[in-house]
Design a protein around this ligand. Sequence first.
Ligand code: TXA
Ligand code: MG
Length: 305
Amino acid sequence: MAFPTETVYGLGADATNEKAVARIYEVKGRPKDHPLIVHISSMKLLDKWASEIPDYAIKLARAFWPGPMTLILPRTQLAKDFITGVQKNVGIRVPAHTVALALLKEYEAHGGHGVVAPSANRFGKVSPTTAEAVELELGDFLDSKDQILDGGSCKVGIESTIIDCTRSIATILRPGAITKEMIQEVIQEVIEDSSEFVNTLKNKIKASGLLSVHYSPKAEIFLSGQPGNGDGFIALDSISTPKGSIRLASPASVEEYAKILYASLRSADIKKISRIFIVPPKGDGLAHAINDRLKKASNGYKQKK
Ligand code: TXA
Ligand code: MG
């Protein structure tokens, strides 16, 4: 079942059912060694999935759950190889969306332990932020028994902040709406890790969001240069539209930028626009997370060529 969260739509399956989880990989076209995030309705259920939880992780959970944050922790027996990509760690998140929480609570009331949910897009593509976008992305791969829960458009618009809590210092693996600055207010010490560093660790962490190619529409993305006639253009509303280009989005704030970014990229594909020129927002925090996604989206095309 695809369902809305505050970040992006997820494609959910029983986290303890190997067959159901196998279908997620099939529908997404995702390599089996890329782990999935387990979604639960409350941090009270954290012990089921995670062991050796450091104090700083408890502080983060108290401060930011339900919310757009995923914690990577040593797994319990319940988190099997088929969801962790054979890693000893598991990603866990309590989403802040009434529909997602209602689904998780109902599921837990029926004996369920958790729902794994990657973003509901084909592997390497743009995450969906509306039910219609899920249908567009995955419609061809779903069957009549599969369902899409419609909860309107996602408030945050980009995927959760992922924090590795298996080391002595909290380490941001994927930036998101829970920013480094917000984390520092709660636990002081936090670092951000580049994919190169993560890959040199003994216990290799496989995180598809960490691949340099991701979040890619069909159109080619340019983060500098001038658009020509018929090219798409995305920038804050304070920046005017270059002559001849097609304005795809004019967000008034960085928050709105995150919220509408993926739908704007998708709209270019629908309008058959082949090049999108984007002026990334400046600054730390959420702007930093948007820049992370834009850089990866712009890499996609170069590698496809
Ligand atoms: O906002 C989100 O996190 C959304 C919504 C649906 O919750 N989910 C999402 O899932 O973005 P996905 O699978 O598209 O991206 C999760 C990322 C992947 O790059 C995955 O490899 C990484 O998290 N990940 C999951 N478990 C991990 C683990 N145990 N260690 C390291 N990375 C992990
Ligand atoms: Mg994803």
